[in-house]
Design a binder for this molecule. Structure first.
Ligand code: FAD
Length: 119
């Protein structure tokens, strides 16, 4: 972990980006408007072009091409899609895979566990 005040390394940047993306997916509407769908698609499709880790961006671009996002399914299908893309990175890095059910992504990124320890 770089000291406070230093530029993020690939890991810090990754954690911050996944936090933003999974949280935004968890709060995406169940029934998004065309504008919301278009804006979310723009956000996702910008990552392979702009994400400031070039090999991460290239890999993500390949995975998005293999599995294009379908935003008509709202938060449930977007949360799963993003979890699956994150799992592809986890697999490459030898990290544990995450359960991509909506129950498990909502618990991690929106509701917290039922024991209330995050309330
Ligand atoms: P992270 O993987 O950052 O995950 C943060 C938290 O998310 C975890 O603690 C867990 O609670 C939760 N989580 C884990 N998996 C999932 C999931 N599938 N769905 C929902 N929640 C989950 N690093 C590289 O070295 N090489 C790469 O090619 C690379 N590509 C990346 C591409 C993108 C688009 C991004 C955003 C990051 C990339 N990274 C890459 C960084 C890497 O994914 C991790 O962020 C980094 O290694 C830090 O890992 P971490 O163990 O702290 O947890």
């Amino acid at each position: 972990e770089p000291p406070e005040g230093c530029p993020p390394d690939v890991e810090q940047l990754g954690r911050a980006t996944w936090t933003f993306l999974h949280t935004t997916a968890a709060y995406f509407p169940e029934n998004p408007t065309p504008i919301q769908r278009t804006r979310m698609l723009g956000l996702l499709m910008a990552l392979p072009v702009l994400y400031p880790c070039s090999y991460c961006a290239q890999h993500l671009g390949e995975r998005i091409n293999a599995h294009p996002p379908d935003l008509r399914g709202g938060r449930v299908s977007l949360s799963r899609w993003l979890c699956e893309r994150h799992n592809e990175v986890n697999e490459r890095l030898g990290k544990p895979l995450f359960n991509c059910s909506i129950k498990s992504t909502d618990e991690r990124w929106k509701d917290g566990p039922s024991d209330g320890r995050c309330d």
